[in-house]
Each structure stands twice: as structure tokens, then as C-alpha cells.
Design a binder for this molecule. Sequence first.
Ligand code: HEM
Length: 128
Amino acid sequence: MRLKKIPISLILGILISTLLLFGCSSDQSATDSKDSTVSDKTTTGASAEELKSFTKEELAKYDGKDGNPAYIAVDGTVYDVTDVPQWKDGMHADKYEAGKDVTNELNTQAPHSASKMDGVPVVGVYAG
Ligand code: HEM
């Protein structure tokens, strides 16, 4: 009789602990995954909203002349080329001027690809 009682209480104890542990851990992982989904969305939304939109007239102010910063638009993105040596004083290859959308010139006249824009700071989007 004594031998029978010990295993039953042991089994019951293990069963209850297992159920409690399983219930708690699955609750936590459900909460964790919800949290990360929410923060992912917030981060993406915030960074998109921070980008300034430039009209043709606004972009024209950033020509790199007289101490102005030098910005160019390529494929709808506005880049800050002020500190790019090849765009000194807002001029590139003696013929291209900052403050403009130079997408067509880059695609049709440059001996290099748009990969030259990699790593150049992005300051906004171009609205035209
Ligand atoms: C940050 C952006 C850019 C950088 C760092 C850059 C850099 C260079 C460099 C190093 C060259 C010498 C040749 C070579 O390495 O392929 C070059 C040539 C050239 N680039 Fe760019 N470039 C940039 C953007 C542009 C854009 C947006 C255009 C279009 C307007 C452009 C048009 C040209 C042209 C036409 C040449 C040939 C110039 C000549 O041989 O007379 N580049 N560029």
C-alpha cells in the first residue's frame, strides 16, 4: 500500500509542474513574437517618414556653390554629395551640376554604374 501511494503522488506532481511550465512558456513566446512584430512596423514606418521630399525648385538650392551643400537626385532618391571629392563645388566631370536630377545623364552618359551612389548619404526623396 505504501509503495503504491508514493509513485501516484510523484506522477501527479510531475504532471502538474509540466502543465504549468508548458502553459507559461507558450504564453511568453506568443507575447514575444507579438512585441517584435509591432516594433518592426514602427521602425520601418518611422524611417520612411523621416525622409524629406524635394521639389525641383527645392533641390536647385543645393547646387554646391557659395558654400551651399551639394545634392543630386538619382532614381527618385536625393543624395548629399557635398563631401564626395568627385563632386567638388557641386561639379562632376566638368559638366554635371548638383541641385538637379541627373538620373538620365547617369544612365546614358556615365562610364560607371549607379553603384557609385552606394554609401553616399541619402537626404530625401525626389518629387520632381
Ligand atoms: C557619388 C557619385 C559619383 C561618383 C563617386 C562618381 C565617380 C566617378 C569617377 C571616379 C569617374 C572616373 C571614371 C570611372 O571611375 O568610372 C567618373 C566619371 C564619370 N561620371 Fe561619375 N560619379 C558619380 C556620379 C555620377 C553621376 C550621377 C553622373 C551623371 C550625371 C556621372 C557621370 C560621369 C561621367 C559622364 C563620367 C566620365 C567623365 C569623363 O570621362 O569625362 N557620375 N565618375
